[in-house]
Design a protein around this ligand. Structure first.
Ligand code: ADE
Length: 256
C-alpha cells in the first residue's frame, strides 16, 4: 500500500503516520507514505496557492492549478513504473460533503496499490480541479474540521489495519467492532478487583462456552443501546434474537 498525500501541512501527516502501528509498518516497508506540499506548485512563484472566491463571500479558495500540477507530477512518477497497474488511480478528496467513511470502505480501499489523498483548507477547493482529478469524495462524519489532514490520517489508519502484515496476530483479534455489524464486548485485565470493582465472574470461570456466550450478549446489548441501527445488517441467530427480546422486556425504556 502506497499512500500519497497532497497537503499544505506535510509535517502534520508525517508526524502522525510515522508513529505507533502505522509508523512500524512504514519502517517495515509494508506501507509507504509520500507527502506532496501543494505550495511547491504555486503558479505565482511566491508560494501563494489560494485566492478570493468568485461571487464573493468569506474566506479563500485553494486554486485549481497548483493542485493539478502537484497531481500531474505525482501521477507521472507513479506511472513511470511500467510494472505497475496505474490505470485506475484513486484520488480521495476529504470533505464534509462526501460519502461517510466506514469499515467496509476501509477494507475495499486496502486492496489498492496506491491511494492519493487531497487535503483541502480555507473555504474549499476550486470545483474544477475536483472534477478533473478526484475519484472519491469522503467525509469522516457530520462535523466540520479546519482541514483534510486529520480525516486523511483517520482513513489511512483504518485502511492500514486492513493491509496484510500491518497488525500482528495478537493485534488483529478475530472479533472487533463493526466486523459483523456489532460493537465489541467489554474487555478486562488485571487486577481482578480494581478500586472495589470486580471483573465479571464468568471471565474467571475458565468455561469457554460461557465466556463466548457472555461476550456475544454484551456485544448485542451494547449495539442495541448505542447503535441500534447496526442490528439491521447483523447476522443474528435465533438465540441472539431471543436475547434481544429479553433485554427489551427487562428494560423497555432503555432499549429502542
Ligand atoms: N474536511 C473538513 N471537515 C471534514 C470532515 N468531516 N470529513 C472530511 N473532510 C473534512
Amino acid at each position: 500500500m502506497n499512500f500519497h498525500v497532497m497537503t499544505l501541512f506535510p509535517e502534520m501527516i508525517e508526524q502522525g503516520m510515522n508513529t505507533s502501528i502505522t509508523g512500524r509498518a512504514i519502517a517495515k516497508g509494508l506501507l509507504s507514505l509520500e507527502t506532496i506540499n501543494i505550495r511547491d506548485y504555486s503558479v505565482t512563484g511566491n508560494g501563494r496557492i489560494d485566492d478570493y472566491p468568485y461571487g464573493g463571500g468569506a474566506g479563500m479558495v485553494m486554486q485549481a492549478e497548483p493542485i493539478y500540477r502537484a497531481y500531474e507530477d505525482l501521477r507521472s512518477r507513479i506511472t513511470d513504473d511500467p510494472t505497475k497497474d496505474t490505470e485506475h488511480l484513486r484520488v480521495i478528496y476529504l470533505t464534509p460533503q462526501g460519502r461517510v467513511f466506514h469499515q467496509e470502505m476501509a477494507q475495499e480501499m486496502a486492496r489498492e496499490e496506491h491511494l492519493i489523498f487531497l487535503c483541502g483548507h480555507y473555504e474549499g477547493v476550486d470545483e474544477r480541479v475536483i472534477e478533473a482529478i478526484v475519484t472519491d469524495q469522503v467525509s469522516i462524519g457530520d462535523y466540520v474540521l479546519t482541514g483534510g489532514e486529520l480525516p486523511a490520517m483517520v482513513m489511512m489508519d483504518a485502511i492500514s489495519r486492513m493491509v496484510p502484515g500491518v497488525l500482528s496476530n495478537a493485534e488483529s483479534g478475530q472479533s472487533e467492532s463493526f466486523s459483523d455489524h456489532l460493537l465489541e464486548y467489554p474487555q478486562y485485565s488485571r487486577p481482578e478487583i480494581w478500586r472495589g470493582q470486580s471483573v465479571p465472574s464468568v471471565l474467571l470461570s475458565g468455561h469457554h462456552g460461557n465466556v463466548d456466550r457472555w461476550r456475544r450478549e454484551q456485544s448485542l446489548l451494547r449495539t442495541q443501546q448505542n447503535r441500534p441501527e447496526l442490528l439491521n445488517n447483523a447476522d443474528l441467530s435465533k438465540g441472539d434474537l431471543a436475547f434481544l427480546e429479553s433485554i427489551k422486556q427487562k428494560n423497555p425504556e432503555k432499549v429502542q
